[in-house]
Design a protein around this ligand. Structure first.
Ligand SMILES: [Zn+2]
Length: 341
């Protein structure tokens, strides 16, 4: 089938880490009493995605995010580097759009050097090379916006030395003069952001980080590429914790509503919402109505091999349908003809 390809001016690529179909269901039941009710479930194009990595049926976040960011399957634990292969750096969506003169950004509820954002803004043979990942961000790929948990290789002094304005709490983020901040590094706390369920104290919500990121990035008339990760859906999945899992997924849905509200009325913004893999083997057994957590079962404390959902809105989103491979998403976003199905 021939579809007209239009390169989007702006791209908002949203990843719910560990967000399988049943996570989406459970969150809809709690938030609205019924399934199919999260913000991104109204997107016109939907499909499912296979997640295996180059060396295993069960992917980790590094290999899955690399597949989406570069179009290449790599081994688990690898950050946008050709392994297996010659170990070269794999060109990422963030670099692709930066080279078109667009602004770029990475936002996550994990610490910012964690695997998913790293696969878009760094090149390392191992996801644990946190100091090197921070170095790649600050001195190689230089995203305009880096908002997430702090520490873990990232430091205020290093970001300032690289020309970034540093903010460390919600007040600092919300009072940023977004028209005059070419580069901002949000280092919130010294690890992952707290869970929504537990309260964030003086640290910002994912939806607030994303709203600020959009203001900063929209200053560039050439457009932008923004990756947003709901990173702790995965962590709550690992601990088989339905309360925290649901609340993280609802905040992720709110964040996509922020993106939709920003992009509404513009024909030139592509929003992709997907996951990197499923975590926990969640099954929803019973809807207990709005405001009540559903009755569920879990099958593992690890990841699973099940396909995950993808939702698309905007230019090129029509290429999302049926069962896709995670590497296909690179072509959809980069508007790569060779990847067309
Ligand atoms: Zn995980």
């Amino acid at each position: 089938m021939n579809k007209i390809l239009t390169s989007p001016t702006n791209v908002i690529f949203c990843i719910g880490d560990g967000m399988g179909f049943e996570k989406v269901k459970a969150a809809g039941m709690y938030a609205h009493g019924e399934v199919g009710t999260l913000s991104f479930e109204a997107f016109p194009y939907q499909g499912e995605v296979m997640t295996h990595s180059a060396d295993a049926p069960m992917t980790d976040s590094a290999a899955a995010a690399t597949a989406m960011a570069t179009g290449f399957k790599v081994n688990n634990g690898v950050i946008s580097t050709a392994l297996p292969g010659d170990g070269r750096e794999l060109y990422t969506l963030l670099e692709h759009f930066k080279d078109q003169g667009k602004s770029t950004g990475l936002v996550s509820t994990t610490f910012i050097t964690h695997a998913t954002p790293a696969a878009f803004g760094a090149h390392e043979p191992k996801r644990g090379n946190l100091a090197e990942i921070a170095e790649d961000y600050l001195n190689q790929t230089r995203p305009n916006v880096l908002l997430g948990g702090g520490g873990n290789g990232m430091a205020e002094a290093a970001a300032e030395a690289a020309g970034y304005t540093v903010v460390t709490d919600r007040d600092g983020l919300l009072s940023l003069d977004t028209e005059n901040v070419p580069r901002v590094s949000g280092q919130f706390g010294d690890t992952n952001l707290p869970y929504e369920f537990d309260g964030l104290g003086d640290l910002p919500h994912l939806s607030e980080m994303t709203a600020t990121a959009l203001k900063v990035l929209a200053e560039n008339p050439a457009g932008f590429f923004l990756m947003v990760e709901g990173g702790r859906i995965d962590h709550a999945g690992h601990s088989n914790d339905i309360e925290r899992n649901v609340c993280e997924t609802i905040e992720f849905s709110k964040t996509i509503q922020v993106a939709i509200d920003w992009a509404k009325g513009q024909a030139d913004t592509l929003i992709i919402v997907t996951a990197d893999h499923e975590t926990g083997g969640l099954k929803v057994l019973e809807n207990n109505g709005k405001g009540n957590f559903p009755t569920v079962s879990w099958s593992t404390g690890g990841h699973t091999t099940t396909n995950i959902p993808v939702y698309g809105w905007g230019p090129n989103a029509a290429r999302i349908s049926g069962v896709m491979d995670n590497t296909d998403l690179f072509g959809v976003v980069a508007c790569d003809q060779s990847g067309e199905k």
